[in-house]
Structures are given as C-alpha cells and as structure tokens.
Design a protein around this ligand. Structure first.
Ligand SMILES: [Ca+2]
Ligand SMILES: [Ca+2]
Length: 219
C-alpha cells in the first residue's frame, strides 16, 4: 500500500507471497546471507531468521506496530523494515542473501490505489509484473496476508471447469439412457407386430373353422 488516504509515513506496507514449492528462509539483520528490501535504497529486515512456507504470505511494513494497529484482525507474519513508497512510481525489489533479486516490480499510480483507501494487487502471482497483471484492490485497506481481492475472481473461475465437467459427465450418461428411449418405440412396434400376427392367426384359424364347418354341413 503505497498511498494511503491519510498520511503515508509509517503506514506503508508490501505483501510478499511464497508461490514456490519450497520453504524460504529469510535472514534478517546485517549477517552474511541476510535479505534486503529495496525501494531505491537497501533496507534491513528487522528479524533474526524466519521460514516462509509455500503458499504463505508475509508483510514488510514500514513500521510493524503501526501496521498491526491499522489491521487489528491481522494474524500473519509482519516484518519490520523501512520503506518510503513514492506516490507516483517506484521500483521495489526483494533481494536474497546472495544478492539476487527475488522480486522486482515497478508500480505506477495509474494502476490504481492512489490515495483512495485501496491497495495495489497483483492479479496472477504466476505471471510477470506488467501493468495488465496489477489492479486496484476491490476492498478498502487491501488484503494483507490473504488472497488478493482481484485474484478471487480468478480463483473462483478456476473451479468452474470442474463444475462444467459434471454436466458433461451427466451428458455422457444420456447416451446410456438414449438406447432405452430409442428401444422403447422398437419394443412397442414389436409388441404391435406380434399382436397383429396373433390377431391374423386368430382370424385365419376362425376362417379355417368356418370352412371346416361348412364342409361338414355339406357332408
Ligand atoms: Ca507513499
Ligand atoms: Ca493480499
């Protein structure tokens, strides 16, 4: 959240999400192998060491206490650091213990969240940081520590193909039903046919009996 409704100082924060399949061990402080948050300047993480599991979120806050006061219901991980996020545009980086950039995003205030109480959110965490993959949050205050509100739509779209499968499964069962539907007129026709044969036999035998009776009378 780079531009709050009120004053920004101490209230700014950045959410990080481990989209990998392995734990990330964050080392703080000055120690060798320690990580840095960069907003144009390198900043230390005020922790000793922290393990972030796959799928886990953590917050980098300009001031952890202020962040927790702003988000009373927050139960996740907050890491205190220092940040000054420009209200126009800024490049933010997360740098690991080997000096490698783990994440690098340059936001623009044209993307949204520009002082209206909303944050900027990444839509698809597996895609890159193009403008089209960032959007203003749908909720006030953003979604620190949980699925981005703009990704909820994406997440709710994903199960739909599974739902679409079930009607397909149902439709697969209709061919099993349809032979029965097809066979029933055939069965009816067969029944009518056998009825007609029975009737004609009855009429035929009736005629034979009549002929025999006449012959007997003649005799
Ligand atoms: Ca700011
Ligand atoms: Ca979020």
């Amino acid at each position: 959240m780079y531009n709050l409704e009120g004053k920004d100082n101490l209230h700014e924060w950045v959410e990080i999400y481990n989209r990998g399949k392995e734990d990330i061990i964050l080392l703080g402080g000055h120690s060798p192998g320690s990580w840095r948050f960069n907003d144009g300047k390198n900043h230390l993480l005020n922790i000793e060491a922290l393990t972030i599991s796959p799928g886990q979120y953590f917050i980098l806050a300009d001031d952890a206490q202020t962040f927790l006061a702003d988000h009373p219901g927050f139960k996740g991980v907050v890491i205190d650091t220092v940040m000054s996020l420009k209200n126009t545009s800024e490049t933010l980086k997360l740098i690991d213990g080997e000096g490698k950039e783990v994440e690098n995003v340059t936001y623009q205030n044209s993307w949204g969240g520009n002082g209206n109480g909303k944050s900027l959110e990444k839509i698809d965490v597996n895609k890159n940081n193009e403008a089209s993959n960032w959007k203003e949050s749908l909720v006030l205050g953003g979604t620190p520590g949980s699925l981005n509100s703009v990704s909820v739509q994406l997440a709710s779209i994903e199960p739909e193909p599974k739902q679409e499968i079930s009607p397909e499964v149902k439709s697969e069962s209709t061919p099993q039903d349809s032979p029965n539907i097809v066979s029933s007129p055939v069965r009816e026709a067969k029944q009518i046919l056998s009825l007609l044969i029975a009737l004609s036999i009855a009429i035929f035998s009736g005629i034979i009996i009549l002929i025999l009776k006449r012959k007997m009378k003649i005799k």
